[in-house]
Write a protein that binds this ligand. Structure first.
Ligand SMILES: [Cu+2]
Length: 128
């Protein structure tokens, strides 16, 4: 009884040390130039694989420019989001096999663009 309580204490102490060293290891391994959150890997548009009926929504940044993107799986699928003053607050893009429709949407800064996979195949929305 006493022995097992003792070994449990020892075990939890060892666990604390393990967690502490893991945390230290993580912080020292942080890359100096981590991309800002939201883009994932530094890409503005970076959806996961979108199966049939999957939806990807993204809030566009304030920078007025053209954000070109493509599907990682089908390189012929290309399109763009243009962020311009006076653009729409929201936009929807349909993904089919194999195209984005429309291929260009113009939205305002901070607009939410939503992609819906209406095709039968898996696609992605990935910045060029
Ligand atoms: Cu695709």
């Amino acid at each position: 009884m006493l022995q097992s309580a003792k070994s449990r204490r020892l075990l939890s102490a060892a666990f604390v040390v393990l967690i502490a060293s893991f945390a230290i290891g993580c912080s020292s391994n942080d890359e100096p130039n981590s991309p800002p959150s939201g883009g994932g890997g530094g890409l503005e548009l970076n959806s996961p694989n979108l199966g049939p009926a999957a939806v990807y929504a993204h809030t566009m940044p304030a920078t007025l420019t053209t954000y070109n993107y493509h599907c990682k799986i089908h390189s012929s699928m290309t399109a763009s989001v243009i962020v311009a003053t006076g653009g729409a607050a929201t936009a929807s893009v349909s993904i089919t096999d194999n195209a984005f429709n429309p291929t260009s949407v113009t939205v305002g800064p901070g607009a939410v663009v939503t992609w819906t996979n209406n095709g039968g195949n898996t696609h992605t929305v990935t910045s060029n």
